[in-house]
Design a protein around this ligand. Structure first.
Ligand SMILES: Nc1ncnc2c1ncn2[C@@H]1O[C@H](COP(=O)(O)OP(=O)(O)OP(=O)(O)O)[C@@H](O)[C@H]1O
Ligand SMILES: [Mg+2]
Length: 448
């Protein structure tokens, strides 16, 4: 443990730094030195340290200021304060602010070493716990992110639809979150302790879809060496999600219809009718009514499916959700300790883009930008938007929608804060408001 950990010593006493560095290197640590808080902050931004050994009294930027910066921007980085006897009060304040421990000068190296090892162990535990809870969260259904009126309305409808036991049809362009809503509905329904089973109707040839859905009996076809349950059986008392249902062939449609009408089905090669109790959620990015008019989809099946229809709005109609989602993906996909942020120009570029691929497209744009941006700020040039006729596919301004004042204010304040790297004083100055008003607004809009 601890070996190879990266330590930064911040002290204006050059001899002390040098000796301490030698001793720590002998113990197997990797060590850097800076002689002032100002350079310490730069180093911390550029390199992944595990531990800071921090003197308090320095000429330009004090140890306390460095500590404030660390706890706000790199909370996992552990800090041990090196202090003179006369600075005891300040040292105790530092512990309250989140320093791991302090040691008074002059100290025994062996004593310091014990504290260092404990601090590094502490840090490793924090990171391990975080990874664990991230892993757990990956197995739970994803959250539906968004604050716009449009998304809130549809979440509200979905919640109410979930409580009924009717079949539901989810309509919406590609990438709007239909699958996410299907999970959400299942989770909010009375069936949530039973399985949610999904099949994509476009992914397989007819015969395979039929055998997946309804199962088969032994000997039904050459490869059927044993009988197999279909998904409708497996989903019994739960939910069956039929993705891309508009692609279901005209041959399979009547079989599905019979199941929806009577709850009855037959395995391929079977002679008796079986029953299963499932709620069906279908999803499509087609207009099924039009498909029905064109005789590509049976109307009677459509009316069984669309007892409740929920239309998920395209991302371009959800206002500042674009930025909320972009930040959510930045949070989720940035490297563990270096969350990247969007520059104001990058934000504008996203706000004026159409997103034909909706949330999925935004997710990919952000993933790519994280990889290609040179530092922690994502610039407009890092956002690769598709080009049409050699021009970026962007529409002018946000004239397509009228935002409430609050939304505009929130977005503007956030932009200025990001521009000044969250320096409140500079931001309040530029915004022409007092620092106190800025703090109130940050709280009101829950800006982070
Ligand atoms: N509101 C949202 N909050 C968080 N993530 C979202 C949201 N909407 C969509 N996503 C994410 O975007 C991606 C695409 O969503 P999803 O697969 O549900 O779309 P879809 O409508 O089923 O698309 P398709 O029609 O192409 O199948 C997924 O990774 C999903 O988790
Ligand atoms: Mg889907």
């Amino acid at each position: 443990m601890g070996i190879n950990s990266q330590i930064l010593i911040v002290d204006d006493d050059e001899t002390l730094c040098y000796l301490l560095k030698e001793e720590l290197i002998n113990e197997g640590f990797k060590v850097d030195i800076t002689y002032d808080g100002k350079y310490a902050i730069q180093n911390i931004k550029n390199k992944n340290y595990d531990l800071l050994l921090l003197d308090l009294e320095m000429s330009e930027v004090s140890g306390e200021e460095v500590l404030d910066f660390v706890k706000e921007s790199f909370p996992d980085l552990q800090v041990i304060v090196l202090t003179a006897k006369s600075e005891m009060r300040t040292a105790i304040d530092c512990i309250k602010k989140g320093a791991y421990d302090f040691i008074t000068k002059p100290y025994e190296f062996s004593q310091l070493l014990i504290i260092i090892n404990r601090a590094i162990e502490h840090k490793e535990l924090i990171v391990k716990n975080r990874l664990l809870s991230e892993k757990i969260n990956q197995n739970t259904p994803h959250q539906i992110i968004g604050e716009s009126r449009q998304i809130k309305e549809i979440i509200n409808l979905a919640e109410r639809a979930a409580k009924s036991d009717s079949n539901i049809l989810l309509e919406g362009e590609t990438g709007t979150g239909k699958e996410l809503f299907a999970e959400f509905i299942h989770k909010n329904s009375e069936r949530n302790d039973k399985p949610l089973v999904a099949i994509n109707c476009a992914s397989l040839p007819d015969q395979l879809i039929e055998s997946e859905l309804f199962g088969f009996e032994k000997g039904a076809f050459t490869d059927a060496k044993a009988s197999k349950q279909g998904l409708v059986e497996i989903a019994n008392r739960g939910t069956l999600f039929l993705d891309e249902i508009g692609e279901l062939s005209l041959i399979l449609q009547p079989k599905l219809l019979r199941f929806l009408e009577k709850g009855e089905f037959r395995r391929i090669g079977g002679v008796s009718n079986l029953t299963s109790d499932v709620r069906v959620i279908g999803a499509t990015n087609k207009n099924l009514m039009e498909e029905a008019d064109n005789k590509n989809f049976r109307k009677d099946l459509l009316f069984r499916l669309n007892v409740i229809t929920l239309t998920i709005p395209p991302l371009r109609e959800r206002g500042s959700d674009v930025l909320i989602l972009a930040n959510y993906f930045l949070d989720k996909k940035s490297p563990l300790r270096a969350k990247k942020v969007l520059s104001p120009e990058a934000e504008n570029k996203l706000l004026s883009y159409e997103f034909p691929g909706n949330v999925r497209e935004l997710e990919h744009i952000i993933e790519r930008a994280i990889i290609f941006s040179e530092d922690n700020i994502i610039q407009a040039k890092d956002l690769y938007l598709p080009k049409i006729n050699g021009q970026e596919f962007v529409y002018e301004g946000n004239e397509k929608e009228i935002l409430p004042m609050d939304e505009v204010e929130k977005m503007h304040i956030k932009k200025v804060l990001i521009h000044h790297e969250w320096n409140r004083e500079k931001s309040a100055h530029d915004l022409g408001i007092s620092l106190k008003t800025l703090y109130t607004k940050i709280k009101k809009y829950d800006l982070k």
